[in-house]
Write a protein that binds this ligand. Sequence first.
Ligand code: SF4
Length: 363
Amino acid sequence: MADSTTPLLTADRLSKQFSVAGTWPWQKRVLSAVNDISFSIAPGETLSLVGESGCGKSTAGRMLVGLTTPSSGRILFEGRDVAALSSRQRHDLHRNVQLIFQDPYGSLNPRMTVGDLIAEPALLFGLADKRSVAARVSELLGLVGLADRHADRYPHEFSGGQRQRIGIARALAVEPRLIVCDEPVSALDVSVQAQIVNLLRSLQDRLGLSYLFISHGLSVVRHLSHRVAVMYLGNIVEIGPKGAIFARPAHPYTQALLAAAPVARPGARRARVVLAGDMPSPLNPPSGCRFHPRCPFAIERCQREIPTLTSGEDGRLVACHRWRELAAHPAEAPSVRHSPRTAQLLALYRNAAAGSGHRIGIS
Ligand code: SF4
């Protein structure tokens, strides 16, 4: 039996590798999508997973809802190892942990009415019968800000924001305790994003839901989260309370992500940490700290030694050899380090510009 301090869900050293075909049919390569990540989510809490596309955050979310099997590590729900559950208990777990997709249209059967789409999971899990299901559908439509008349319409008759509301109502139909929200607003207009985020917040207050919120939009994350985990190339590089992470990001990658995010207040200043190059391929990750080819603070040690998460006083964990030193002596990032290919292109541009006598604005 879980006590009040037991996290609702715990990811314990989760990893996921995919086998990928090489150039030749007999060649097999290993893509390391998620590496040894650990976190927990308390009842009523929102933990956000942020990072660039391809950093493994969606794979982590899919493992939690059972759509992808971890290669190693454990998932605990209320302290119980999911792998050791009976099929009946696993059925219960699937009811308790639901997923909201980025593109709800892709997950809604276009031949079913909205009423049937919302009724289906409630009937399947025995949470309503044929007589009571209409009232339940009406209640769920009201919860997500839609009207009863919408029940007879089809998904294609709705806007993107309304379809996301239908997706949320469908997830709520089974009375979950945790919802994994995989980029639920990134395909929506900014004004609609705010409506959906406010809806998720009010549902959390009313129903005591927990969220794992997967996003690359930091303004949304700031609005919704209690804690934030930053992922880079399959690893969590920093995790901690939202206030600490946004006020004083400790990992150079977190600093770069925040520096790249738009600022709402005109004239507001941020530390400049500029990333060079693209994220390396997870098929061939760099040695040592995976961030070292792009890190403006990298030293020789970073190339050979993998940093582990170490804890700070404000409840955060950071995976960087130099984070305490950098926090004690905050410095401007040195000039931008370009990848060899980018440096080569810039040299070509400069030479061409010098030959033509034109000035170009590349530094
Ligand atoms: Fe940068 Fe080194 Fe820290 Fe990695 S360990 S983030 S390369 S300073």
